[in-house]
Design a binder for this molecule. Sequence first.
Ligand code: F6R
Length: 620
Amino acid sequence: MCGIVGYVGFRDVSDFLLEGLHRLEYRGYDSAGIAVMSGDEIVVRKRAGRVGELSQFVKDNPVKGKIGIGHTRWATHGATTDENSHPHYGGNGEVAIVHNGVIENYDSLRRKLQQLGYVFKSQTDTEVIAHMIAHHLAEQMKLEESEPSVESCLRAVNLTIDRLKGTFGLCVLFRDCPDTVIAARSGSPLVIGVGKDEYFLASDASPLIGYTKDVVYLADNEVVVLQPTGMKIAHRTTGSVRPSIQTLDQVSADIDLGDYPHYMLKEIFEQPTTIENALRGRLDEEEATAVFGGLNITAQQLRTIDRVVLTACGTSWHAGLVGEYLLEEFARIPTEVEYASELRYRNPPMGDRTLVFSITQSGETADTLAAMRECKRKGHPTLSICNVVGSTIAREADGGIYLHAGPEIGVASTKAFTSQVTVLTLLALFLGRMRHLSYPAGKRIIKQLKAMPEKIEEALKCHDRIQEIAAKYCGFDNFLYLGRLYNFPVALEGALKLKEISYVHAEGYPAAEMKHGPIALVDEKTPSFFIVPRGGIQPKVISNMEEVKARKGAVIAVACEGDEEVARIADDVVFVPDVEEYLQPLVCAIPLQLFSYHVALMRGCNVDRPRNLAKSVTVE
Ligand code: F6R
């Protein structure tokens, strides 16, 4: 949540900052701003609204310089006004800062600063940091009777962050140290791009693509001083850190829209490829199992595991539910799926042989990170299933599996979900083959997995049909999504997709639970989406469809190609390819993703930037 950029070097900094903010806009889009070292002052341009509006504002009011910082905001403290937009000045313009995170003790700090005479122009927690840095700098200058130096600026930052409670990724400009940017992180991500006589800084690597391939991921409690001539990183307790430079393997095409009107649609249509990428190099046909490079855990340890905990939020949590069913069916390991936001504060009994997986697209979700750290503290091996390479969760986990789905930019998660389910299927195969799963069963799973990219391609052919269905139902304000077993999480996911981008109320339920309450909602104004592909208990779900029809509720069904019985009962049907039950979430998710996309478009919603949301939830 919130995106930060920074630059020191020789380029026209406004251009880089604005382009970077465009690329980070998915992290928050309530307001945006930049601060540029221009001559001997820091000039701020900021605006409530999208980065596009800021770009226009900067075009009309240009600001030149070669050192600067920028921010795109997801509001936490204070409404989305120009004043609350970042950057914020501290003191009388001696510093300017941008901040991602939440300062929990800001109120008491604010009162102390007000007593000292600092005047606040915003309602944000961030302005407290700005004034505190300015204050500590001024205090030192008084003592030393000298002009600010890089050392004194750094000391002012460190003295300030020592007093902050909460999370932050922050980036600071100093009027009197005009060639310097200082950045620090505690809980909110920052990555540094290393160029020749220039350094870049951002909340994630996307603004750096096309500028440099050499990156350094700042760790928690590290502070970096960037100047065109070099960078110095120090850990707040252990001192100087030798930067570990890693290679960024993303290319511009990964973040380009191409011919698609929206990232969400592009990402939905990427799924045949992303599933193939999740499988690549991980199928061992000889041994009828899966192979993973980075688990960092021995086969012997894995054999002794007697419980798995999957922890995640949102869509990733839904993928975890599919994972629970897969792991219990194939590996026969008792598995629980925990909301990370709950697990972080709960203390469930977890034995020595419990393995914890954090499932996350971004690798930065604050709750998932905190839950993982809590489990680590208690000595459990913690692994991640993550998309973003080098993200905090991927780095802090003992080991893990990358999705290799490429950047997911649309705020609604689509391709990450199917990649997570694919990886969880591989994991169930892998752990299953260490235990009870037979060689022929392993062979069969591999064969079916290999066919999935093609099956997804076929499932995507429902696009036209889904558009017709969306046109028919886009005016309805309430939906039920119903499915059973492997398709119960798909029902939850379909409902979440519709809610988040169309702002239409939708509830996901196990189809059979409907009669225990939700059926009271059914009437001619509440259509139900049934996920009802062929399988053992399909007849039971068909009975549930009949129950809805009997109460005048419209039924839209996702069914297997050629299923005449479902087609006869449902008001509208969309067909997907017939696959084994445990793979049905992969094909059945596709029409639901497309449905929410088209309903959102038809209702005039911003598909890639839905209101109130941000892609990466780095606050609690
Ligand atoms: C929904 C969505 C969110 C995320 C959730 C977890 O479309 O995107 O529900 O799934 O915020 O995010 P990650 O997977 O990045 O931890």
